[in-house]
Structure formats: structure tokens, C-alpha cells
Design a protein around this ligand. Sequence first.
Ligand code: SD4
Length: 335
Amino acid sequence: MKRRNFLKKASVSGLGLVAVSSTLVSCDDKKVVRPVKTAELEVVKPLVIATWKTDLAVETAAAVLEKGGTALDAVEQGCRIEEANEKGQSVGKGGLPDRDGNVTLDACIMDDKGNYGAVLGVKNIKHVISVAKKVMEETPHVMLVGDGAESFAVSKGFKRENLLTEAAKKAWEKWKIKSEYKPIINIENHDTIGMLAIDKKGNISGACTTSGLAYKLPGRVGDSPIIGGGLFVDNEVGGASATGLGEEVLKTVGSFLIVELMRQGKSPQKACEEAIGRIVNKPGKDFKNFQVGYIAVNKKGETGAYSIHEWFSYNVYKNKENKNIKSDFYNKPKA
Ligand code: SD4
């Protein structure tokens, strides 16, 4: 096909082109970073992928992208939908509290230039993803925690509000009767949202927001707001995000691992599978009672997902369609 015809076809079908360069290491072991080839990749864009059944959040992000907005704005706007959704019990308002009854939120965001911003253990502010974006864009820091993060948010015009809904309070009061602390394997198909997007220019950004584990110890922070844990984006390679038991994700630096595996040539699917493997294959690891799920996208717009147990799903928007897809998983009955 002639280049001009291909270009025409590509723009009609929603494919785009991007130049990629590779690096070379010379024989005398001096690293010479220089482009050795320039290939044209077919890129599926715009594209959004997010953890769990997050139709409206993904639709919202996709609308930003279809209007020509950036991947960064898309993931922020998408995540805000779940933060405002009081029915979701692990994100934003309506999130389940720690064991003292306080709802504390964690969030982070990464843009296509490798910038990162995060807030950890924030009370009384619903849209922590937007606070994380402000940390990234308007401070010399990358992380703010607790009261400092809350005061920063208020100074930027965010309103304080009570995040503990009646439903979450009732659930906590019921939990207090036995006060048994156990991570829960989510089968309700809704939880922490991690979202990755590719905009029309082919740039990738990601975001992750959560209320963390229900009934956690006060002060506990999981993977979601930690760079390389709950989220990692490298605009030359792709992005990854996590949901589930954050302690296990952090111990294997899961999202960073997935992006690095993709850099080495693994598909997003194979990279997610290997990252789950790093958790479940630890000697003596009893993974029966906890869940971890990963999503990933590469620079071409290929996607992947994998979890330890069944019931993890994710939404993908591409070629103007938004679908919820059941993830493949590790813990299948042996035949
Ligand atoms: C955490 N990873 O705080 C989060 C919780 C979560 O699905 O994703 N739940 O560990």
C-alpha cells in the first residue's frame, strides 16, 4: 500500500502513526543512546483501559479524548466519576473507612513526560485525583500526605466534606462486632480504579484512586498512590495499573515491573501474567485469600490484564466502543 493511501486509511479507522526509536550499546561497552531505526507503528487511539466495571468513568475519559483532550485530562476526569460515585465502596465518597471509622483516600497520577503526583491518607476531600494532579503541576514535590495534603487541597479551592456515607458507616459498625481483619477477594466487580489512556497524539497518561483496604490500620497506605506500585507510565513504552492487595503489589513493584517487561518486548498480556507470577510463585506464598489484578497498555494500543483469582474485569474503550471484559486469571482448578 502506498504511504499516502495508508495514512488516509489509518486516520479513517482510528489508527495513527508514531515514530519509535531504539537504542544501541556499542562494543566497547560505552552506552551510546542514539536512534538506530525509525519504524512506523499502527497505534490504536484514542484508547482508555480501566480496572473493574467502570463504564461511565471510561466513557467520560473517552469523551475527553474524542474531543482532542489530553490523556492526562482524560484519566483525571474518568477517575473523578468513581470518586463521586457513593455506591463504590473503595473509592472516594462512600469508600469504606479504616478501623477507627475514618475514610482516608490515596491517589496518584502520571503524565506522558514522566511527571508524577500523589496524595496519601487524605481525609475529607473527595476528588483526591485532582489534588494529586495539582501536587504534580503546582508544587516542587511529588507526594503529600495526611493533614498536609488536606490543607494543600483546601488552599487550592477543594471543599471539605464528610466522606463516610450512611451505608459505609453501617458496614463498618457491622464489621466492628467481630473486628476480624481479612483482605477480601472482590467478587462484586467494582473496586479501586486504575486508568490508562492514549490520546489522539499518541501520548499516554495514567491515574489511580482508592480508599484502600476496608478496615485497614489507621495510617496504612497501599500500592495505589505509589509510583511503580499501583501505577506506572512510560510514554515510550506503555503503562500499567493495579488493584487488589496493595502489600503484595508493592513487594513486587508490580506496575513498574509490567512496563519494564513490555520494554523488553513482552506483550501487555504476557507482562501482566509474569507480574502475577512473581506474587504467586514466591515460595510458600498462600495466595488463596487475596486478590491482585493488573491492566496494561503498550505504545501501540495493545492491552492486557490478568489476576490471581476469577472475578476481575476491566473496561476498554477503543475504536469508539466501550466494553467490559472478564480478565483471565491464574487460580484455575487443575484439570
Ligand atoms: C490498596 N490496592 O489500598 C488498594 C486496594 C484495592 O481493590 O485495589 N482494592 O491496597
